[in-house]
Design a protein around this ligand. Structure first.
Ligand code: ADP
Ligand code: MG
Length: 619
């Protein structure tokens, strides 16, 4: 897959799968004889693979149901809900609250690392990689052939770092990630909602520990995510907790042991799932029993369900839609099996939700549909429009720093514009240098195109306004235009697909950007201060030449001394903070001078008038 080229006609079409990499459960699916199907595990395990990875003392790695069973005994060697850690910074105090793990502290590292038995600390990318590897193996044993391509789903709200981490996890598992697809979009695809021409849909996703609501709009075959809302600590697990609390109450246990809690939670989950089809159920832990009805259960969980309503209303408000505007509501997530949840959704959105596709398979099935469209030559062109930009597109600005206009993973077609200004007085041309990549400095990114906008009217620095517009069309082709706003002078260029990047190049760039993230930020900050110093010093030289008489010889000597220290520092230091301080000091000593120049200008503008701020200051 090369950049700016969505379909490579020369690429061999292979078996591609769709993967729902969930917080609680993950699943792999593929289109088989024209229909998407979830692929079963071979050892008679359930379809859903619990998203749990256990690291054993002997260096072995266990995933899924067996790993989940080991969690109570080995809480720090068994990583549950790793998705919550994806793309998170180890410095974020919230990160450590996400689980009872031992975090390895590697100074200066930008990635979370869990200390686990049997080997080196592992990152969330590696842990997710194990889950993906297990699913890849499952697909390979089902097809009895290699599976190397996948569409992987991510929550619509995932940011660039989280998406990048997911993609890297795929790579680590030996999968070429054809695309990262938003979970709600995948669900909509599974229901074939893309077959209509227009429509607005809500996707209500209640999983094990997270709730997401998304409003999607289909316009000419393209799904746009209009808004998302949700709660990262709300899900089916809360229903289990509600049951467990009632059982403990009934048994008069005020201070249960962790082992009892663990066992009870498992029993509560089983009982809850049974109530989806039955009116009464009973759970047993040790020799204690607790029987309850569906009606009781619904009463206990009512406040939890109500809470999802708040997010739904917020999402509708943000997308500026009312329930009447919605053409459909899709149910996603195992917890939407609970009948009371379905009733609540129907009432809130004033329509019967779409729920006949298994809600815990629907995302994986949609991902499989997407994977098929991308690799099956007969379906070529069906949803080209859902593609994303794999690496950020930006412009070179002063000091060789990149200003990103379109971040990577933006869905295409996409556009962005930004206004830039001239740097020098009387500047009539502006160089537009289009670059691609994730690094902060131009030299570390790929140069895509370069042109000069001429005919800017000669104006003082910072007055001319040049709007640079990026447009990436449905085929991934970028055009760039630059327009000076007062005169309308315009120039543009099209970047053609032949300048593609190979996958290896993208990979290397991603690795580099992870490795160099820290240096890059330092360098960028230094460059910014250097540019600022240059600007301030040039201003000062000009002012001294024109208005030098406004300063006494001593004042002038002082200003020149601080200016020369700053100039020297700008050349030599690698410490952006030191340079920033020097600039601030220079600003401080030149301030009275600047004020006098300003006053003089006012004075000449008011020539003939008696009032003069400048004179008063001089006294
Ligand atoms: P995630 O998206 O977080 O990976 P899932 O969509 O797999 O999670 O949902 C898991 C949740 O769904 C769990 O709380 C599980 O108990 C619940 N669940 C699964 N099946 C049923 C059922 N038949 N009735 C009620 N809840 C169910
Ligand atoms: Mg899910």
């Amino acid at each position: 897959m090369s950049f700016l080229q969505i379909h490579d006609p020369l690429k061999p079409k292979g078996r591609a799968v769709g993967i729902d990499l969930g917080t609680t459960n993950s699943l792999v699916a593929a289109v088989i004889q024209g229909r998407p199907r979830a692929l079963p595990a071979d050892e008679g395990d359930a379809l859903l693979l619990p998203s749990v990875v256990h690291y054993a003392k002997d260096g072995g790695v266990v995933t899924g149901r067996r790993a989940r069973a080991l969690a109570p005994e080995y809480p720090t060697d068994t990583i549950i809900s790793v998705k919550r850690f994806m793309g998170r910074s180890p410095d974020d105090p919230e990160t450590r609250k996400l689980g009872p793990y031992r975090f390895a502290s590697a100074p200066g590292s930008k990635v979370v690392r869990f200390e686990v038995a049997g080997g080196n600390p592992v990152t969330p990318i590696e842990v997710s990689g194990e889950i993906l590897r297990a699913l890849k193996r499952r697909a390979e044993s089902y097809f009895a052939s290699a599976v190397e391509q996948a569409v992987i789903t991510v929550p619509a709200y995932f940011d660039d770092a989280q998406r990048q981490a997911t993609r890297d996890a795929g790579r680590l598992a030996g999968l070429e990630v054809l695309r990262l697809l938003n979970e709600p979009t995948a669900a909509a695809l599974a229901y074939g909602l893309d077959k209509g021409s227009q429509g607005t849909f809500a996707v209500y996703d209640l999983g094990g520990g997270t709730f997401d609501i998304s409003i999607l709009k289909l316009v000419d075959g393209v799904f746009e995510v209009k808004s998302t809302a949700g709660d990262t600590a709300l899900g089916g697990d809360d229903f289990d907790r509600a049951i467990a609390l009632r059982a403990l109450e009934a048994w008069g246990i005020g201070d249960p042991s962790p082992a009892l809690v663990q066992e009870l939670m498992q029993a509560a989950r089983t009982a809850k799932e049974a109530l989806t089809h039955e009116e009464r159920t009973e759970l047993a832990v040790g020799n204690q029993r607790f029987a309850f009805s569906r009606a009781q259960f619904e009463e206990w969980i009512a406040p939890i369900i109500q809470r999802t309503g708040l997010s739904c209303r917020r999402a509708m408000r943000d997308a500026r839609v009312t329930p009447e505007d919605l053409d459909g509501v899709v149910l996603v997530g195992g917890a939407t099996r609970v009948p009371a949840v379905r009733r609540f959704v129907a009432e809130l959105f004033k329509k019967e939700p779409l729920g006949d596709i298994d809600p815990d398979q629907v995302v994986a099935l949609g991902a499989a549909v997407q994977a098929d469209i991308l690799t099956n030559s007969e379906r070529e062109g069906e949803v080209l429009l859902l593609d994303v930009i794999p690496l950020s597109l930006g412009l070179e600005t002063m000091g060789g720093v990149v200003e990103k206009l379109i971040p990577r993973n933006t869905t295409i077609p996409a556009g962005a514009a930004q206004v830039f200004t001239t740097y020098k007085d009387g500047q009539t041309g502006m160089d537009i240098h289009v670059v691609q990549g994730e690094r902060e400095l131009v030299q570390d990114n790929r140069s895509l195109a370069r042109f000069t906008l001429r005919g800017i009217p000669p104006l003082p620095a910072g007055v001319a306004r040049v709007e640079v517009r990026f447009q990436v069309d449905a085929n991934g082709i970028l055009s760039v235009s630059a327009k000076e706003q007062s005169t309308g002078v315009e120039q543009s260029i099209t970047v053609t697909p032949s300048h593609g990047l190979t996958d290896e190049q993208i990979e290397q760039m991603l690795l580099d950007s992870i490795e160099h993230a820290e240096d890059d930020i330092q360098l960028r900050q230094l460059r910014e201060q250097q540019v600022e110093a240059e600007r301030v010093l040039a201003d000062l030289d000009r002012s001294l030449a024109e208005h030098g008489a406004l300063l006494s010889p001593e004042e002038r000597a002082r200003v020149e001394e601080v200016a020369s220290t700053t100039r020297e520092l700008a050349r030599t230091t690698s410490d952006h903070l030191a340079l920033k301080e020097a600039i601030a000091r220079l600003d401080e000593v030149t301030r009275p001078f600047a004020e006098r120049i300003m006053n003089k200008a006012i004075q000449s503008a008011l020539a003939g008038h008696a009032v003069s701020e400048f004179e008063r200051k001089e006294r």
